[in-house]
Design a protein around this ligand. Structure first.
Ligand code: MN
Length: 288
């Protein structure tokens, strides 16, 4: 997941391909996953150092793309702990291939999963999982027809496109902001029914942006949409003022359900606020 995330992050143009195969050599069974991108690439003399903790291919990267430089180091340790390896090959300007291999048991007595979507759903609804969604009302509406204005604050171009397409196709109006600062500015200029907030972004991260919006008095739902989905990350989002948390990678159906529910809640609370304001100050109806 980290490898695919990196590939998406460092690829502005072209493609990211994930190839998965099962290898059997010298009687050793191995699962091999290649993540192949057409992104910025890594210079030959920097290749091995990308696996060192807190190192990124060059120090302009953090400013441009964010991140701590821990991901690959952790990924390699996990691969090795699983009896495998994580290797990289790259050419600057052409792209990078990360090859993950892990030792696997024979497949002879394994039944292939025939309904992966069901699996995803089951996980999403299991309350024991470090929930894919938390803070989401239990009753998820089945209908995915949306109406409302959504601000998507997200720095990754692929995720931007994905969310815009999914949400617009479902009927919502979508405005994109590429970092927290742009997001806060956009929210102050026009009104939205819902904000979807990435956490790791350059310039201003999602927690800071959420905190700022709450300080400014925004009460609309703000959902964190982030790959940071450890329980402590979720807590941090909620402490910053997020209404709920959705884990990346984005699961199409789940996104639409959460957004549909959040939009209807948002409308209800706005209507309540409006009627309360009317009750309190009937002479101000026009100004509400
Ligand atoms: Mn991000």
């Amino acid at each position: 997941m980290n490898l695919v995330g990196n590939a998406l992050k460092f690829t502005d143009q072209g493609s990211v391909r994930v190839e998965c195969r099962f290898l059997r050599d010298n009687g050793r069974e191995r699962l091999r996953i290649d993540v192949i991108d057409t992104g910025v690439g890594i210079a030959a003399d920097r290749l091995e150092s990308v696996f060192e903790p807190f190192v990124q291919a060059d120090n302009t990267i953090t400013r441009r793309f964010g991140g701590t430089g821990l991901g690959l180091s952790i990924s390699r340790n996990i691969a090795e702990a699983l009896g495998g390896s994580l290797r990289v090959a790259s050419e600057v300007g052409k792209g990078t291939v990360f090859t993950l291999e892990i030792a696997a048991d024979p497949l002879s007595n394994v039944t292939p999963i025939s309904a992966p979507l069901q699996l995803t759903r089951a996980n999403a609804n299991a309350s024991s999982a470090p929930a894919a969604v938390s803070g989401v009302p239990a009753k998820l509406t089945a209908s995915a027809t949306l109406s409302g204005k959504i601000l998507v604050v997200e720095d990754g171009p692929i995720n931007q496109k994905l969310m815009k397409v999914l949400l617009e196709r479902a009927g919502a109006e979508v405005t994109l902001a590429e970092n927290g600062q742009v997001g806060v500015d956009a929210a102050m200029q026009q009104s939205f029914d819902l904000i979807l907030m990435d956490m790791q972004m350059p310039v201003m991260d999602g927690c800071t942006a959420t905190r700022r919006l709450r300080e400014l008095g925004f009460e609309i739902p703000i959902y964190a949409v982030t790959a940071n989905s450890m329980p402590s990350d979720v807590e941090e989002c909620l402490a910053a003022g997020c209404t709920g948390h959705m884990a990346k990678p984005i699961v199409h159906e789940l996104l639409l359900k959460v957004v549909a529910e959040a939009l209807s809640e948002s409308k209800v609370s706005q209507a309540k606020a409006a009627s309360t304001a009317r009750d309190a100050a009937p002479e101000c109806v026009g100004a509400v």
